[in-house]
Write a protein of this length. Sequence first.
Length: 414
Amino acid sequence: MKDKQIERLIKAEAKRQRDGLELIPSENYVSKDVLEANGSIFTNKYSEGYPGRRYYGGQEFTDQLETLAIERACKLFKCKFANVQPHSGAPANLAVYAALMEPGDTILGMDLSHGGHLTHGHPMTLPSKIYNFVRYKMKDTKTGEIDYVDLRRVAQETKPKIILAGFSAYSRNLDYKKFVDIAREVGAITVADMAHIAGLIAAGALRNPFDDGFDIITSTTHKTLRGPRGGIILTRENEEIAKKIDKSVFPGIQGGPHMHTIAAKAVAFGEVMIPKFKKYAQQILKNAKAMEKVLHKHKIRMIGGGTDNHLILADVFGSMGISGKEAQTVLDEVGITLNMNVIADDPRKPLDPSGIRFGTPAITTRGFKEKDCALVAELMLETLRNKDNPKKKIEIKNKIKALARKFPIPKSFV
């Protein structure tokens, strides 16, 4: 690379990723093939519109590419329609809202402090300035059970047009059938934001909301799908809804699609179809359970009491007297990357919360098994207990580096 400043930063980031352990649940590593597609010559092409309906010429190969991505997405998630153009998860959610709602209409989604996402109604986001968001919560933070009785009550009182199932920091499984039953009672459309667990669903490791009658799934294509940073919108069978979503994505909220990213999405979808990916998805769940077991042993409070998916939300302030922000900083110093996170009804502020959120998709990609993940959990807690001991932290950092070097980042998954 001729731009040496950028080359230096790329090499430095590569070293950081190589020598540390990535536990942020929304991050993962992509294959060399995904990287090559994402950096391909398709980045030169403007392709406003959809296959067979473009506004510019020269679309022979972009049409074939996008069609292939759509076909693979529909096969993976067992649906009839897919839009692969959203630039990420937030635009995908916004496009669905815009397709199906009028300003002021009501959306029922998970409370943010109970695991919901910013696009599910945070007051600082654009959707919250356009639509009326109402919320449901967990019935019991010890088990993570959703309060479906209250969900039904709120739905009956507010008559939402959309009922959202999905999360950013929720560690248990949702009962999709109950969402569908409540939505049918009040005439709502069901949307599942599966950005975090899409890869686990595609691999059959977790239940597919479409199997219980959900209308729409939105997702990112990174995270557990191990693809490029992007989004998708899937429609189970309603062609009218699918057409509204297409118009909402383009020309509604986006211009030309990023064809190089769509190429990388198609590659990632192909990689998910190989048998090895099913084993990978199952291992993610086993590894998360191994970390859960260590936290139970050390009496660390977990929101929801543990995990059924790829992530854990731990109350380190209540358990260890350390804020989430401090825990994130201290762990970063030894080469363990995770994120601070609010917990249910957190008494602390969002930018200095009580919790930390971490998960196993990325380290599982590197080949970690249960015993390795248990060791990582032990090293995390040892670091936090020795946060003011520089000598001990250096010792742990060297252990983390040696462990990371033992499991190099793979270049291919096929």
